[in-house]
Design a protein around this ligand. Structure first.
Ligand SMILES: [Zn+2]
Length: 114
């Protein structure tokens, strides 16, 4: 029982699990680990919150900026293959969560500005 919670999964692994790449070993770990379970729950809640945001509340200029920054990162990583930081940034889970966090923050900034 305690064996499962001796070593935690990384945020990247938990994010991938919560974002649609379920892992049997993570699922088993979550049963006995409150720390990882909470993180997965938060990621899931963020995913739901963002999915519920109306499309028209995200300005087109914001979408363009996110898309162009994603394109820039992809281009940079092709120029320097094997760079550890770029490998990390290039991973789909990090890009998805990064874009979602950015949208989430921009949404609240946009709403509070009226
Ligand atoms: Zn854990």
């Amino acid at each position: 029982m305690t064996q499962a919670s001796d070593t935690h999964f990384t945020e990247e692994e938990l994010t991938a699990h919560a974002m649609g790449e379920p892992s049997a070993s993570i699922a088993a770990h979550l049963v006995g680990c409150v720390t990882c379970a909470k993180l997965v729950e938060q990621i899931g809640r963020l995913k739901t919150d963002i999915a519920e945001l109306p499309d028209e509340d995200v300005p087109a200029s914001v979408r363009r900026r996110i898309l162009s920054s994603a394109r820039f990162r992809g281009h940079a990583s092709r120029r320097k293959p094997g760079h550890p930081f770029l490998d990390w940034v290039r991973s789909p889970a990090v890009l998805i969560v990064g874009a979602m966090l950015l949208l989430f923050l921009l949404y609240f900034a946009y709403v509070s500005l009226g």
